[in-house]
Design a protein around this ligand. Sequence first.
Ligand code: GLN
Length: 531
Amino acid sequence: MKTKGSIKTKKEALTAQKNMAYLGLFNSIDHNKEGIIQPYQFWNELKSHGILADDPRLKDINDNLKKEKLKNRKGITFELFSKYIDQSILLTKSLKGELVIPDFKSFTDEIITIYNKLEKNLSGSVANYIPQLARVNPDQFAVSICTIDGQRFDYGDFNTDFCLQSTCKPINYCIAHERLGESVVHKHIGREPSGRSFNEMALNNDGLPHNPLINSGAIMCSSLIERQAPISDRFDLVMKTWSELSGGFNPSFNNSVYLSEKQTADRNFALAYFMREKNAFPENTNLIETLEFYFQCCSIEVKSPSMASAAATLANGGVNPLTGKNVFNSSTVKNCLSLMNSCGMYDFSGEYAFKIGFPAKSGVSGAMMIVIPNVMGICVWSPNLDELGNSVRGVEFSKIFGERFNFHNYDSLINGNDKLDPRKSKYENKIDGVISLIYAASLGDIDEIKKLEARGIDLNSADYDGRTALHLAASEGHKEVVEYLINRNTTANLKDRWGGSPIEDAKRSNHRNIVKILEEYLSNQFKLENK
Ligand code: GLN
């Protein structure tokens, strides 16, 4: 029978267990074992996991820390630390390395390497159809990352504003889609890549824009967003959406870009009239208002961290990772990402999908929004463009990033690639293969062993106890596996941590046929070595 006392004891035991766990986390920050941690140590530790001090999810803790600092100048006691941990699951997950990119530091080191490599690449030229873009310093280069857990990393010119240009297109599509639904939106816009440049005078066979991510389609989307509302409210809606996507960092508006866009818009006007001639717009569309609205959207300005946060919202099925705000429905995001995957990079889209294989959208300001679904959003901004209108460094970044990490849509089909998976912890990439090999050997699964071998796993690899595939196969009596392994010239006399060799395992388990095979193999090897 339970007594009051025993329940209390259990509760106490749980508290003690929790305290132990918290103490472990505390000690991992209190490097000098002073029993107290300074706020900068606390934030530095979180930063190494990608969690920054201005994270909206940690606002209360940040405010409280500032107050505590004024009150007691000592720093963070274990008691205070435990209170924060209780308050925020994000803290526990980050400190334990349980966020989507567990080894964030190694991952961002790779990003810095890519950045440094590309910094020297000054090829291409800035867009020059309006003076505001022509005047931009072409050397600027920013990379920002935001994961679906809100781990962030910014590098280079991430404090400089740039205008959205065509990167407004996927978001305007989402806004229209969210309100009208797929069927209404796609009554007016197709979903095929055009294979032509972004402002080509071309419509599909139904007289509709090919897709929402080229100019004709974006103009059409603009006509669909809140069409009954005054134009000022429609613009406010787009700004509010960008602010939500940015995790609370507000976008701005560049009026001179807007005025220049309006003045040099013959092609966009022509496209709009062409579509009107084909009855592509909904009834009573005000063309001038629609075009001006589109130019305004192109002239919204953000910094790279905001765009990365927007891309992360798409990667996260429409929920902003930093605020938890559900900005778009997941079905809207799914359709948007499908289009970014097939049509996001103008007439380089097919090549990008083939070679690089994740959704992206570029703009003539040199901005690029990259989405790795269920993992992260990336913004690369670098104003020099190639002849197709894509950021040179943005495309090069995508190529190197795609070669380094296994984020191509179909990378999962390939066993033998040596790309890194940053979703795994530091050693997991390596350990995974070894453990699978040993497990397959213990089950006698030759096919799996062959696949792992093709993936580049060394057949002699051993687990922490020094047990190899041959130990396990010998111990479990899997003759075919033993034969296969020795045919592949594995070392038959490797010792485990207790000094045991495969042949001893076979003897202990009484697998005489295997003992014989191994004895022959070892004596042949001995003869060969002593020839
Ligand atoms: N403002 C530009 C235009 O409409 C945007 C195009 C782009 O970024 N490709 O022509």
